[in-house]
Design a protein around this ligand. Sequence first.
Ligand SMILES: [Zn+2]
Length: 305
Amino acid sequence: MVKRHQYQRPGRQFIEQSPPLDRIADFSEYLDRYAHFLREESGVGHCPPIDLDKICKHFGITFAECPLDPDTEGASSEAIGWIGVNSQVRARTRKRFTVAHELVELLVAVLRDSPIADSIRFQLEGSEKEALCNSGAASLLIPPSSLQVNGQNPACSATSIRSLARRYQTSFLATTISVVRHSPDRAALVAWKRMRKPTEERKLNGGAQLSLGQGFEIEFEPKLRIRWTIRSHAAGVPFLPVYKSAAENSVIHQCLREQRDFLGSSVVDPDLKLGPDCTIDVIHQHPESEFEVLTLLRWPKVPSS
Ligand SMILES: [Zn+2]
């Protein structure tokens, strides 16, 4: 049995003993280090499945399942060392991912209160922050060092990732994030949700009434838009901006309409400019999820010259 310690703030401890964030080129790499720190300090090691309970107990973090807002999977308080998971969340893998996500939020809360550059600070808000926490959570549950088998990285396809997820006892999402981030091949993971752009939200909440009476009806129907993207480090992966919308006739929309997956499609969405050699797996998400469709994009290896 692991004895619960007095609360020791993992975010603060990590910041005190690691190089400053602005000396690390990539925020994700910083989170990889934090994930490594959490596992090492609590003696969990890197073999799957990662024991999150042991990590929480080591740092004296109180864990609770509690009723939360339906849109909220989890919550945390860095000040008192508390992590809550929405009691509506049933799947064990989703609970594990939520706890891991909140363990990263404990670091983000400390970073927000520390003197950091504006270029970093803006990443600690909104969807950018959520993407970072998801990335750190995936790194915690699926240590990059454990992914390679016989020097081979796993394939960036939904089928191969599903079998990997069973081994790690992780959700498909967490596993995909890790596989894509550490893939030497050209790959990207994109989460889609029906939403409005922030500018549209502002117009609806503020200036829309200015146009009324002039014969214009301003309507901003939520569109299926990019909520966040994770790309592999390989050169030549197209940039896919947050809030970019999917074409109505795309396979991405078809997935949402028909509520089913499309694996290995080569016809994507001409607006996204992904190139003719892109293969896409389009995966329908549970309605409770924070996004509605996931797309896993991959391109053939660029022949080395
Ligand atoms: Zn979060």
